[in-house]
Each structure stands twice: as structure tokens, then as C-alpha cells.
Design a protein around this ligand. Structure first.
Ligand SMILES: Nc1ncnc2c1ncn2[C@@H]1O[C@H](COP(=O)(O)OP(=O)(O)O)[C@@H](O)[C@H]1O
Ligand SMILES: [Mg+2]
Length: 495
């Protein structure tokens, strides 16, 4: 949950592309700009076929590796290295291709894993990042049957109107617009059958394949911790009851913010695999040019997004951790709409205090305190002696400088902005003697990295420093005034 790991991720845009969104015409009539029928999926891949494909992937990857090991005995160092690179690329492609074909949990895990630059090799990151984000839509019959199984009646009886053509693609389901009997316009997110059952098995296979590929060099505990974190979030993500509680929680957390729109749950039309929410329209990030959003509005939006993120980290200790631009929409008055609470990372108060201490230490250029902070947060191995400590910390600090620690308006879109991030060494934290990946950081990293990419695309000019400092000064556990501050923060409701 720290920005340090983040910066290494910032260098390469991840899979955060703009999702397909089905265009609805005005007048409520929907145009079928959706894919042709031939491209549609009749139903989910059977469990047996899924298992066979994943097992086949693991076997091929393992064979690749074994073959290169044997060959390596007879090769000189250069040829060996070249062979290893070729082998990694081949295995990476195979893994990404299999996950992409299987869709569902497998693909989603692959996409999330593509931000883990400190765990996975570059070849694999590149392949995973290319995974198409959304599954192709399923036939209406599959969707209607899933709704009836979950809610006890077909959509036509549950809603006054239910649009058969999906309104938007979701990663493990699809979204249809509808109207309730009491006249509310809603969206109904329907999870594809079988997705939730395959989470554990899909993740276990991916983990096995990566281990067998010979591509992973991090220590076993770090690798296991990373996958345990992925699995925990994925289990939550496929449980729409959990997501409904997150939506309610974040509505309560941000209740005093008139410029952040969070949908409302329609509980009586929701279940573990169906989530019905009030329809909250807005313009997608990719549409802002065409709609002529001016610079002042882009800046206002950028400032609001920045404020929202740091407020979640420092004040709420819970972060919306799926920063895909499709999960955001905007309005001309600068209001921000936030969708998709399937992936929320909540962290304990002491972690928030460690993070706060670390970032204050960076602000003050206090190297001893930075080291303590890095260790507490879990990315620096305890007691690691670094000969180049001062130089290394200063490098990190100077990358934060312009947008966190200098009182300037930061133009996210400029070459200068990019340069600051690319200056950071990609492999800085790949020094296993000194650093280790921290599973606890994975999703907050993802949120911050994705957020920055969104600000770049928004072309916002924001004084990040002022917003950041407001939250960095906020009392954390151990500070005077902490309990008074927490009194106003709604607790996470039980699921
Ligand atoms: N309440 C809503 N109002 C309008 N559009 C929505 C709403 N909720 C979701 N959407 C649209 O549906 C898309 C998919 O929903 P989302 O919850 O993000 O699914 P997933 O968790 O699979 O990514 C979103 O990217 C957004 O464009
Ligand atoms: Mg989404």
C-alpha cells in the first residue's frame, strides 16, 4: 500500500484500456452495436474443459522449462541467456492466451497480475497486459436463466422493462439496463454462470504454471503471499453480495461529498450473482474530447479524483482498487461518477500509520525513518544494509518530488510528467537482497498507478501537493486526535 512500489509500475501502462461500452441511442432505443451473433458465447466453458486447458498450459510451460534446462547444460552463457528469454516469451504468451480463452476468473486474475512488476518477469507482464478486458456477451437466454435461478423469476416479471441487449460489458458478466416497477432506471449486472466456482482452481493453476515455468525468482513466501492476496480479492469480487455492501459502505463514507456520485443498491433485485443499482449516467473518459470538456473542467475532475483517492487511503483506510477508466464517468459540471466496488482494499489502521510515517519520512528526506518505514510497510527486508542507501532513497524522493512534495501545479500530460516516472528505475525494487514485494501493497499500488494513468488521459493540471499534504497531516493511529477523527467514519458493514 505504498507509492514506492507504485512508481515501478507507473512506467508501463498496464491493461487499463477503455472498455467496450455498448452505445445506447437517445430516446431509449438501443442500437445493437454489440458484436455479431456468431461472436457470442452460448454458455460458459465446462468445468472439465477448463481444467484440461489449464492443466495442459501448466504441462507445456513445464516442458518448455525442462527442455531449456537440459539444453542449457551444453550451451555457453550467451546462448543460454538468449534461449531463456525466448523460452520465457513463449511461456508468457501461452499463459496469456490460455487465460484469455478461458475468460472468467482466469482472465481477470491475469489482468490484475499484470501490474505486479516486482513479482513477474517483463515478458509475462507484456503478454498479460494484452489480455482483452471484457468477455464477449452471452446470449440473452443464458442471462435470463441466470436471473431466474438467482432471483426466482424471469427478468420480464421482475422488472417493468428489461433491455435484452446488454448496455455494457463487465469482466465476469454483463450489464443490462432495466426499469423497476416503482419507476427507477437501473442497471442489472449479471454474473456468468460458473465463474465463482472456478476462482480457486483457476488461481491455483496459474500459480502452478508460473512456478513450473522457471520465470519466477522471488522468494516462495512473497510469491505465496501475492497469490493469497489475489485469491482473497477475487473471492470477494465474484460475490455480488459483498460488492453490494461495498457500494453501501462507500456511499456512506463519501456521503458529504456532493460531487462524487455513487450508485444506490436495489437490494430486492440483487443476490450473490446479480447486482441491481440505480442507473447513474455520465461521460466516459474516452468521450471527453469529442464532448468538448474544457481544461478547467478537466482540472476540477483531476483534483476531485486525487482528493478521492487520498481521502480513501488516509481517512477511510479503504480504497476502490479497480481504477479501470470504464469504472469512472464524468459530468459537465465536474461531478465524478464511480462504478464497480467489486475490488475494495481495506487495510488495518496500523498499516495506514506506517504508510503515513514512510511518506512523511520521504517528505523530510529522513533516511533512517525512510528505512524504518520501508521495513514496516514490508517492501524492504529488515536490517538490509545498502551501500547506496542515500542515493537510492534520494532517487525515489526526487521522483515523488514534483507531484507530492512541491507546491506546484502538476501537468500530468506533459512529457515532463512522463519523464519523471520513467526516470525511476524499473528494476529498482528487484534487488532481492534488499527488497521484497509486499502483498499488502498490491491493490493500493494498483489504485494509485491506475489513477495516475487516468489523470494523464484526462490531461489534468492539479496541485497534487496541496491535496496530498492535507491527508498526510491527518491524524493516524498513535496521533493525538485520531479517535475523534475516526468517530465520523462509518465502519464496514458485515457481509
Ligand atoms: N450504476 C451504473 N450506472 C450506469 N452505468 C453503470 C453502472 N454500473 C456499471 N455501469 C457500467 O457498466 C460497466 C460494467 O460494470 P462494472 O460494475 O464495472 O462491472 P465489472 O465489475 O465486471 O467491471 C461499467 O464500466 C459502467 O460503464
Ligand atoms: Mg468495471
Amino acid at each position: 500500500m505504498v507509492m514506492v512500489g507504485d512508481l515501478t509500475h507507473l512506467l508501463v501502462p498496464t491493461n487499463i484500456g477503455v472498455s467496450r461500452r455498448v452505445k445506447a441511442t437517445h430516446d431509449g432505443v438501443q442500437l445493437a452495436l454489440w458484436r455479431p451473433m456468431s461472436d457470442r458465447t452460448k454458455g460458459p466453458v465446462s468445468r472439465r474443459r477448463r481444467f484440461m486447458k489449464l492443466a495442459g498450459m501448466t504441462a507445456s510451460v513445464a516442458t518448455n522449462y525442462a527442455r531449456s534446462q537440459v539444453k542449457g547444460v551444453f550451451q555457453d552463457a550467451d546462448t543460454k541467456a538468449r534461449d531463456k528469454a525466448r523460452n520465457n516469451a513463449r511461456s508468457g504468451e501461452l499463459i496469456a492466451q490460455t487465460l484469455g480463452e478461458l475468460k472468467g476468473a482466469a482472465m481477470k486474475v491475469g489482468q490484475i497480475a499484470s501490474v505486479a512488476r516486482d513479482i513477474l518477469p517483463d515478458d509475462l507482464i507484456a503478454s498479460l497486459a494484452s489480455l482483452q478486458r471484457d468477455a464477449p456477451p452471452m446470449d440473452y437466454e443464458v442471462i435470463a436463466a441466470q436471473i431466474e435461478r438467482e432471483l426466482g423469476s424471469p427478468p420480464e416479471l421482475l422488472f417493468q422493462r428489461f433491455d435484452r441487449v446488454p448496455f455494457a460489458a463487465a469482466s465476469i458478466g454483463q450489464v443490462h439496463r432495466a426499469r423497476t416497477d416503482d419507476g427507477r432506471e437501473v442497471v442489472v449486472k449479471v454474473q456468468y454462470p460458473g465463474v465463482d466456482e472456478s476462482v480457486d482452481s483457476d488461481i491455483a493453476h496459474l500459480k502452478l504454471a508460473l512456478r513450473a515455468s522457471g520465470m519466477i525468482s522471488v522468494r516462495r513466501e512473497a510469491f505465496d503471499g501475492f497469490f493469497a492476496e489475489l485469491r482473497d480479492r477475487m473471492r470477494e469480487e465474484v460475490d455480488y453480495t459483498h460488492e453490494a455492501q461495498n457500494v453501501r459502505w462507500f456511499r456512506a463514507l463519501h456521503a458529504d461529498d456532493d460531487h462524487l456520485v455513487i450508485p444506490e443498491v436495489v437490494g430486492e433485485r440483487s443476490s450473490g450473482r446479480i447486482l441491481t443499482l440505480t442507473y447513474e449516467p455520465g461521460d466516459q473518459l474516452s468521450e471527453l474530447d469529442e464532448k468538448g470538456y474544457d481544461q478547467a473542467t478537466r482540472n476540477l475532475i483531476g483534483a476531485r479524483l486525487t482528493d478521492m483517492l487520498y481521502r480513501q487511503i488516509f481517512e477511510f483506510h479503504a480504497v476502490h482498487a479497480d481504477p479501470n477508466p470504464a469504472n469512472l464517468a464524468f459530468r459537465r459540471n465536474g461531478d465524478v461518477v464511480l462504478y464497480d466496488f467489486g475490488c475494495v482494499k481495506a487495510f488495518p489502521q496500523p498499516d495506514a500509520a506506517h504508510y503515513r510515517n514512510l511518506m512523511r519520512a520521504f517528505r523530510d528526506a529522513d533516511h533512517d525513518a525512510i528505512q524504518v518505514g520501508m521495513e514496516r510497510v514490508g517492501i524492504q527486508r529488515p536490517g538490509a544494509q545498502m551501500d547506496d542507501r542515500a542515493e537510492f532513497y534520494e532517487q525515489i524522493r526526487s521522483s515523488f518530488g514534483p507531484f507530492l512534495f512541491e507546491d506546484v501545479v502538476f501537468d500530468c500530460h506533459t512529457a515532463h510528467g512522463h519523464e519523471i516516472f520513467t526516470r525511476m528505475m524499473v528494476k529498482a525494487l528487484r534487488r532481492p537482497k534488499h527488497f521484497q514485494p509486499s502483498a499488502a501493497m498490491l491493490f493500493t499500488d494498483r489504485a494509485q498507478t491506475g489513477q495516475f494513468m487516468n489523470l494523464v488521459k484526462l490531461r489534468s493540471q492539479v496541485n497534487m501537493h496541496r491535496i496530498y499534504m492535507k491527508y498526510l497531516e491527518m491524524p493516524q493511529q498513535g496521533d493525538a486526535g485520531f479517535s475523534e477523527r475516526m468517530r465520523g467514519v462509518p465502519a464496514r458493514p458485515p457481509v
